[in-house]
Design a protein around this ligand. Sequence first.
Ligand code: ADP
Length: 192
Amino acid sequence: MKNIILCGAPGCGKGTQAEFIVAHYGLTHLSTGQLMRSVAASGSELGNLIDSYISQGHLVPDDVTIRLLEEYIGQLPADTKGLIFDGFPRTLNQAVQLERLMKKRGDTNAILIDINVPEDELIRRLLERGKTSGRSDDSDISIIRERLAIYHDQTRPVDDYYELHDKYARIQGLGTISEIFGRISRILNKIY
Ligand code: ADP
């Protein structure tokens, strides 16, 4: 598998762009946020634990996240062309663990694409999404601010990690959805 990582702050458009990438490049979309929300909705003990983190805007602990990710990857069909990681890795430790897992499988992470959007626009988009998404973490401004702060503190170092390994591209995340997809395509056409 040759994977890509979509990175950027909450509300930058990772999920939207991932759907276009699936349609055009035949990759498989893995949103760890969606994965977590589906486990949370199951009402299991693990689900309740996960929900307690999500609803406060906090990251789910790395050991839980990595275990769920390994389970998911272990169940993929053998002919999977590649994954779009959306919302993972979100900490430096997750990035290191992911590289370990990929190496073990003989897979590669081709590039991290960082979608850049100014903070006032992110807040506007998240509050707008909160009106219809039913997501507990999208409707409260203090939880949104908490998520943005965690992004700056814990997730930005992941960008630096991939930049250091020459696997980093930054794109402008303002514009129409198709303009942004065009920017991503120029990068992906060199890989797939
Ligand atoms: P957004 O990008 O808008 O914050 P996500 O759907 O990616 O939304 O994530 C929602 C929540 O799920 C996060 O705030 C966090 O609680 C949890 N989560 C998702 N991915 C991870 C991860 N890689 N590590 C820890 N927690 C995660």
